[in-house]
Design a protein around this ligand. Structure first.
Ligand code: N01
Length: 541
């Protein structure tokens, strides 16, 4: 590991270190990418903005942060030894444990020696003559490598909405994805939470018990379903360890890489009573069963979707005592599952507490942040703390905040101004030897991340073993992939809400479908086919 003295001295002397590959980001994907590239015998430097490993699980320390995937399906599958050594304590493991897990992985595979922490990458410029990237850090330090893998995460560029007066607030304010390591004492304080997405839904019921008064500013109500978390018993732990091959096989077969999979029957083919019984059964189960274990056509057919959406609305109304508050919490303007379904524990009950108030900012919009708090169209609210649970400039934001310059000095930010353009979600034409190791398939994060990382490592090995110095996607392959991605997305309801799947949560961001909505097995098969055909759709030189 390079210490800060070394970095400062490199920056001052203008010394440029050389590597075979640079990996940007050391979250779930970056950590494994480092492992795989090192296995190939490459010299690798991993650059990480944070002070530790974990990516999402390093930055998102807000109270209540945890998996919505089953823990046993989220851990890496690549090492049998690791699988046997690690005990998941909860079925939906919490952030502190997840961060510990990723640190355990870093130590077990001796990955830290190639990771440089507190190193924010600001630019990466491709030198067409040398076929190498020059990567520059905020510190001024520069390094070069033949390959760059951007393992920058899909939800890491935080979104603080451009409210007027954001900096004028005299109290404390936090974005949930930059929550301090030290405990934030909210005891007895007047606290605001802006946002009611998956993050806010996890945090609100916990902090409601601690704060003096909590005001939640909601723009869009969500279909939020019970997580039903519990501790992993010793017996279940033994079962996980004995059946990991089956668990991973199942995750490779399902639509979204989760343990759940869609019911292939059409919802409305069942008589109402039978359908309701299925809904009740799904509702009683933990995790994404109510979404990803539901009838398949709830994701494609508006009528089928509405039938289940109404069931969820009833569930919400039944839990909130004040009917006026309940009605505000009931989503009516987008289909169920068209945003990632937030999973909760006692979320709706929080609104039954005397110290919690819900403000519907569609009725009374936020006009500005003031030195004392938040001014909406009808009054000013005073706070000690404002928490921005306002999400992320998802998928593209973590890439475009780095100034990537490809062939002819083309900027990635300009190229993606009207939406993300990739081939296989993994590369972008005009940017040779650059790989995007973020999971933008509609898939359980680690399950798909492993596939992507392995594909990238295999591709780099192929390039080197065959004596090539560069690989780049053709514009034609990219055009076809973008058209295919849009076509697949348009067959589902995933693009019907105004959330991060389509860039609809960020003011001024081009609306474009950012995920690959085909089932994960089809995605894996396509990636494998491209490789088997000698990297079809790429030019190798
Ligand atoms: O972000 P979000 P998140 N004025 O974008 C509101 C993953 N995740 O951090 O819906 C007022 O979902 C915004 O309102 P609206 C998961 O994939 C996983 O909660 O855009 N409000 C919304 O209410 C998830 O999907 C877990 O109208 C504004 C909220 O802020 C993804 O991360 C846990 C606003 C943002 O919700 C993102 O979740 C947590 C504005 N200008 C997160 N701008 C797990 O369980 C935004 N909002 C693993």
């Amino acid at each position: 590991m390079t210490d800060s003295f070394q970095k400062a001295s490199d920056a001052q002397s203008g010394r440029v270190e050389n590597f075979d590959a640079i990996v940007i980001g050391v979250g779930v994907s970056g950590l494994y990418q480092l492992y795989r590239l090192r296995e190939l015998g490459l010299s690798v430097r991993c650059l990480e903005d944070g002070g530790g490993v974990g990516g999402t699980w390093y930055w998102n320390r807000y109270p209540g942060c945890r998996f919505d995937s089953e823990s046993e399906s989220y851990g890496y599958s690549f090492s049998k030894e690791l699988l046997q050594e690690w005990d998941w304590k909860e079925h939906y493991s919490g952030q502190p444990e997840n961060e510990r897990y990723l640190n355990y992985v870093a130590d077990k595979f001796d990955l830290r020696r190639d990771i440089q922490f507190n190193s924010r990458v600001t630019s990466a410029v491709f030198d067409v003559r040398a076929n190498r990237w020059e990567v520059r850090l905020e510190s001024g330090q520069r390094m070069r490598a033949q390959f760059v893998v951007a393992a920058v995460g899909i939800l890491s560029a935080r979104n603080i909405p451009p409210f007027e007066g954001v900096d004028s607030f005299k109290g404390e304010s936090f974005h949930t994805s930059r929550w301090p390591k030290e405990k934030v004492d909210l005891t007895g304080k007047r606290v605001a939470v802006i946002g009611t997405g998956a993050t806010a839904v996890q945090m609100i019921p916990i902090i409601a018990k601690e704060v003096g008064h909590l005001t939640v500013f909601q723009r869009t109500a969500n279909y939020t379903a019970p997580l039903r978390n519990s501790l992993v018993s010793d017996e279940t732990q033994r079962r996980f360890k004995a059946t990991y091959p089956e668990i991973h096989k199942r995750c490779k077969e399902t639509t979204g890489g989760f343990l759940h999979d869609f019911d292939r029957r059409a919802a409305l083919d069942l008589p109402r009573e039978e359908r309701r019984a299925v809904y009740e059964q799904l509702w009683s189960l933990p995790g994404f069963s109510k979404w990803l274990g539901n009838f398949r056509d709830i994701m494609t057919d508006r009528v089928a979707n509405e039938d289940f959406a109404e069931f969820v609305r009833e569930k919400i109304r039944a839990r909130v005592k004040d009917p006026a508050v309940a009605e505000k919490l009931v989503p009516k303007d987008h289909p169920f599952g068209s945003k990632r379904v937030p999973l909760e524990t006692e979320y709706y009950e929080a609104y039954n507490r005397d110290n919690v108030q819900l403000v519907d900012i569609k009725e009374t919009p936020i006009e500005r942040i003031t030195p004392k708090g938040i001014k909406t169209s009808d009054r000013e609210y005073e706070f000690d703390v404002i928490i921005y649970a306002t999400g992320f400039d998802a998928i593209t934001g973590s890439m475009t905040r780095i100034d990537f310059r490809g062939e002819g000095g083309q900027s990635l930010k300009d190229k993606w101004a009207n939406g993300m353009r990739t081939y296989l979600q993994l590369v972008t034409a005009g940017f040779p030897n650059l790989f995007i190791a973020t999971n933008t398939a509609f898939c359980n994060y680690t399950v798909c991340a492993e596939t992507i990382v392995e594909w990238i490592a295999d591709c780099i090995r192929y390039v080197r073993e065959n004596g090539y110095s560069r690989i780049v996607a053709t514009p034609q392959a990219e055009d076809e992939w973008v058209a295919h991605t849009n076509e697949v997305g348009s067959r589902t309801l995933l693009s019907s809400a105004n959330g991060w799947f389509v860039g609809g949560n960020i003011e001024g961001k081009a609306r474009a479908f950012l995920l690959y909505a085909n089932p994960a097995p089809a995605y894996r098969a396509k990636c494998a086919e491209v490789a088997a055909k000698g990297y079809e759709g790429f030019v190798l030189r």
